[in-house]
Design a protein around this ligand. Structure first.
Ligand code: SF4
Length: 210
């Protein structure tokens, strides 16, 4: 069985270029907090906020603003290399098209795999156009997200777009715990559902606050 954290350790040890460019898809400020603290020591990061799954729009706006605030505050405090921010388009229709027929699928199942792919594909495409060295997502930090599936999708897209996917399972090394500490430290808004209308309806029992 692959150990993605070990693979990332090896990659970081062997990295020759100083501060390679990483396009990091982020789902929200709390999940990105640990990942940014960790990776901004090694990479010049652009956070890519593309999350058409989030509903309603007010919730989307709230999460974007928290993301921008965290980047500003982390950049002032911790980052060894600059952290930039790019917002993708908010196109909920793209999400609903993808989710068609899977509206009642439980969280963590097929609909979620499609949701990972939708967001990672945009990230891969943007990474290709922008000449990035790597792309990745913060999603694996959540205990409810399937790191193996994220890697599988990321690696398939890496082949398709010709940009390397950073091996990762950010919940390892107590990443999830650290994200909770950082959320407290920065006073971040921590939502109690994953993002889409279906996860909101399922309620908080199935959706660990991220
Ligand atoms: S539960 Fe989360 S990952 Fe799954 S489809 Fe909804 S927003 Fe996407």
């Amino acid at each position: 069985m692959r150990n993605y954290q070990k693979e990332l350790d090896t990659l970081l040890e062997r990295m020759e270029k100083e501060a390679p460019r990483l396009l990091l898809h982020s789902c929200c400020a709390p999940c990105s907090s640990y990942v940014l603290e960790y990776l901004s020591r090694y990479f010049s990061i652009t956070v890519f906020y593309y999350n058409p799954n989030i509903s309603p729009e007010e919730e989307y706006q709230k999460r974007v603003e928290e993301q921008k605030r965290l980047i500003r505050e982390l950049s002032d405090k911790n980052a060894s290399f600059p952290i930039e921010f790019v917002e993708g388009s908010y196109d909920p229709e793209a999400f609903y098209q993808m989710a068609k027929g899977m509206e009642h699928a439980p969280e963590g199942g097929e609909r979620c795999f499609g949701c990972y792919e939708l967001r990672l594909r945009q990230a891969a495409s943007m990474a290709e156009k922008g000449g990035y060295d790597y792309f990745c997502t913060t999603l694996s930090i959540s205990p409810l997200k399937n790191a193996g599936k994220l890697m599988e999708i990321g690696e398939a897209l890496a082949e398709e777009y010709g940009v390397s996917y950073l091996p990762s399972d950010f919940k390892k090394r107590e990443g999830y715990k650290r994200s909770i500490e950082l959320s407290k430290e920065f006073g971040l808004y921590r939502q109690n559902y994953c993002g889409c209308i279906f996860s909101k309806r399922e309620g908080t029992a199935a959706s660990v606050p991220k």
